[in-house]
Design a protein around this ligand. Structure first.
Ligand code: ATP
Length: 289
């Protein structure tokens, strides 16, 4: 399935205006021999600078595998991945480590405690990726402070440990930490699912604002309803394949694939009412046909 954003067709990656992420015909398998299982098949997805794309699917559909393959944490068995114009799918672990250290692509875990070292203060956590890059300590501290401001947190949190923050504050710190290296691409795995509804709205608003700085976002979620208002486009993964990609508006209003309709049926806020049992069974039957 081809999902290239039309606005990036003429752009050139080398001058920073081309797609930030180009995934083409990507396949990923786990296991060997008789235990070899397909997790992703022929996934094609382009993401432009400043674009937010929601990758939606139920558990086991391959969302995290896609993120891991883009970050070089699992090898591709076919296809290619280009990040900011750089063909990375054939990189070995040393080149991947160097790319990650440059901070071009960053990852935010669902559980912010996993993104943050519990023994580092917020200031140390924010400065760490910069210090690794060789940024002087005073400048790293200044940048840490300014990125905290970008996620609407007060500087008095800088001296605290992650365990001394609320869940919503921690998730915002994790987002700020992912941004300090000024990445081209940030992948967020279930960015709001652990948050209460007030924090959910705030974090999604912050993510929306970030797009104006040119950073591209991949918002991974099992819940179409939670990212549809923030993502420009939605890509729907079903059993390792992208079955539908379109603008968030089109996918929500005019879903083409039965699986997307099923997902919408479990997002009553988008649809007005949840799908009833008979409707869900009919859609499942179409999928299994
Ligand atoms: N390390 C692994 N070894 C073997 N199989 C794996 C491994 N990781 C994932 N899988 C399988 O690959 C498929 C896709 O898994 P993946 O974690 O990408 O799904 P997901 O959509 O992110 O699910 P969730 O929402 O539960 O995190 C699943 O069938 C899963 O069992």
């Amino acid at each position: 399935m081809t999902t290239a954003a039309p606005q990036v067709k003429e752009a050139r990656p080398e001058d920073g205006t081309g797609p930030v992420l180009e995934v083409s015909g990507l396949g990923v398998h786990y296991g060997r021999g008789r235990k070899r299982r397909r997790a992703l098949h022929d996934v094609t997805l382009d993401i432009a600078p400043g674009e937010a794309v929601g990758v939606i699917g139920e558990t086991g559909s391959g969302k995290s595998t896609l993120a891991r393959a883009v970050l070089g944490l699992v090898p591709a068995s076919s296809g290619s991945v280009r990040i900011a114009g750089e063909e990375v799918s054939a990189y070995g672990s040393r080149r991947w480590r160097a790319l990650r250290r440059r901070g071009v692509v960053q990852y935010v875990f669902q559980d912010p405690l996993r993104s943050l070292d519990p023994d580092l203060t917020i200031e140390e956590s924010l400065a760490e990726p910069l210090l690794i890059q060789g940024v002087p300590r005073t400048e790293a501290a200044l940048r840490a402070r300014s990125f905290l401001d970008r996620v609407h947190l007060a500087p008095d949190l800088l001296a605290r440990l992650p365990g001394e923050l609320s869940g919503g504050q921690r998730q915002r710190v994790a987002v700020a930490r992912a941004l300090v290296t000024e990445p081209r691409l940030v992948i967020l795995d279930e960015p709001v699912s652990a948050l209460d509804s007030a924090n959910r709205v705030q974090v999604l608003e912050i993510l929306k604002d970030l797009r104006s700085s040119g950073v591209a976002l991949v918002l991974i979620s099992h819940d179409l309803g939670s990212v549809a208002g923030t993502a420009d486009r939605i890509a729907v993964l079903y059993r390792g394949e992208l079955v539908e990609t379109g603008t968030a508006d089109d996918v929500v209003r005019r879903p083409r694939h039965p699986y997307t309709r099923l997902l919408l049926g479990s997002a009553p806020t988008l649809r007005g009412r949840p799908a009833d049992r008979a409707e869900r069974e009919a859609l499942r039957a179409q999928l299994d046909a």
